[in-house]
Design a binder for this molecule. Structure first.
Ligand code: ATP
Ligand code: MG
Length: 167
């Protein structure tokens, strides 16, 4: 399905904005800061699967952050790709774990993770879906200061006149 990735992300974040008031289980407050730009970025994606990718990363950002954190979501386009970044102010991830967290069942702190619940599959699933779309997913972090997850997707800017000339 062709979607404007900009709108697509905005709609998913709208849902998270509403969860703030109703999320009894986590009982956490968080603020989402959006820097999505206004340019339409058309990409062909499996929308159900890609919504799951963003859900998994957003849920982690909330789960592994203390109460009251800000999650900053940015989207920008480069020449041949678009990059979405989701940055939290949470626990952070040790450098040596930054690539392993995308493995099935890998969790940084076993005791902590068990207390938090979950299976350790969220990022493995996200990686699988992003790579099905010929994209890349990776993370940066400084321990104690939060983590940033990046998703890059191939992108062909539409030049003015494309398609419309023929109509
Ligand atoms: P599930 O997503 O299946 O409920 P999970 O959250 O433990 O369980 P993943 O989403 O795959 O599994 O994440 C793997 C591990 O990476 C987590 O257990 C956690 O240790 C670490 N992690 C993921 N996201 C963050 C984050 N934003 N901040 C700190 N640690 C994170
Ligand atoms: Mg998770």
């Amino acid at each position: 399905e062709w979607v404007n990735f900009n709108d697509f992300v905005a709609h998913i974040l709208d849902r998270f904005d509403m969860i703030v008031k109703t999320d009894k289980k986590e009982n956490k407050k968080y603020t989402i800061k959006r820097e999505l730009g206004t340019q339409a970025l058309w990409v062909e994606i499996d929308t159900d699967k890609f919504a799951q990718v963003i859900d998994n990363i957003m849920n982690n950002a909330i789960k592994y952050s203390p109460n009251g954190g800000t999650i900053t979501v940015k989207l920008h386009s480069e020449q041949k790709r678009i990059v979405l970044s989701i940055a939290d102010q949470g626990l952070g991830i040790p450098r040596e774990d930054l690539t392993k967290i995308f493995d099935r069942f890998y969790r940084v702190d076993k005791a902590r993770s068990r207390a938090q619940g979950g299976t350790g599959l969220g990022l493995a699933i996200a990686k699988e879906i992003v790579e099905e779309h010929h994209g890349h997913i990776w993370a940066n972090s400084s321990e104690g200061n939060g983590s940033t997850f990046y998703i890059a997707l191939p992108y062909e800017p539409m030049s003015e006149g494309d398609d419309w000339d023929e109509v």
